[in-house]
Design a binder for this molecule. Structure first.
Ligand code: AMP
Length: 210
């Protein structure tokens, strides 16, 4: 299964990707997590990406396409994968097609901007392993500590209210047109965000027939 998760920032793509990844036994590839690790390690890609990310803007397509080509060529991608946060522009989607990457489904998680703005203020992430939690809907077992690796959780710089507004604007302008792109190829499926993570997983599994 080659699955793309579409949806606004904060729609729950990362959380659902982790769940589906375990269920389907295929890796999740999150360009956001790859970029955050690159920024933390001050690699050349990280140095290029940092200012864009902190402003809630998109990192240039050529940087993302390079990252994806490298990552998708790794052995663990042979039986499929879940793309979380990529493609985010038509140019990135076209680059996947140009690389003969044949996607099975692009699944869009639909959610209103208002719900997102309220939700993002409660998000806590682990800078060490990329895991994501929420103070109300998905709290870690020990407050402020990552369940997966035991490191301290923090608030992403780009989860600040003004940056969230900008990320939503960028989503509507640059990423939402991908729904039509995949619809015209017969690949688009849509689900509505549900009140809990478990219910959203249930509608996704039903829609995917898994
Ligand atoms: P995310 O964790 O997916 O919300 O990504 C965090 C930030 O990383 C985004 O706001 C962008 O600045 C950058 N980013 C992640 N994936 C992409 C992508 N496919 N294209 C451009 N920028 C990206």
């Amino acid at each position: 299964m080659k699955l793309i998760l579409l949806g606004a920032p904060g729609a729950g793509k990362g959380t659902q990707a982790e769940i589906l990844s375990a269920k389907l036994n295929i890796p999740t590839i999150s360009t956001g997590n790859i970029l955050r690790a690159a920024v933390k390690n001050e690699t050349p890609v990280g140095l290029k990406a940092k200012a864009f990310m902190e402003a809630g803007a998109l990192v240039p397509d050529e940087v993302i396409i390079g990252i994806m080509q490298e990552r998708l060529a790794e052995a663990d991608c042979a039986n499929g994968y879940i793309l979380d946060g990529m493609p985010r522009t038509i140019a990135q989607a076209e680059a996947l097609e140009a690389g003969n990457i044949d996607i099975d489904v692009a699944l869009s998680i639909e959610i209103s901007d208002e719900v997102i703005e309220a939700r993002m203020t409660g998000r806590r992430t682990c800078a060490a392993c990329g895991a994501s939690f929420h103070v109300v809907s998905n709290p870690p077992k020990v407050e402020g500590i990552c369940d997966k690796c035991g490191q301290e959780l923090s608030i992403r710089k780009d989860d600040q209210p003004e940056t969230v507004k900008n990320r939503l604007k960028v989503y509507h302008q640059e990423t939402e047109p991908l729904k039509d792109f995949y619809k015209s190829r017969g690949k688009l499926k849509m689900v509505d965000n549900q009140p809990t993570i478990e219910l959203t997983t249930a509608v996704i599994c039903e829609t995917l027939g898994i």
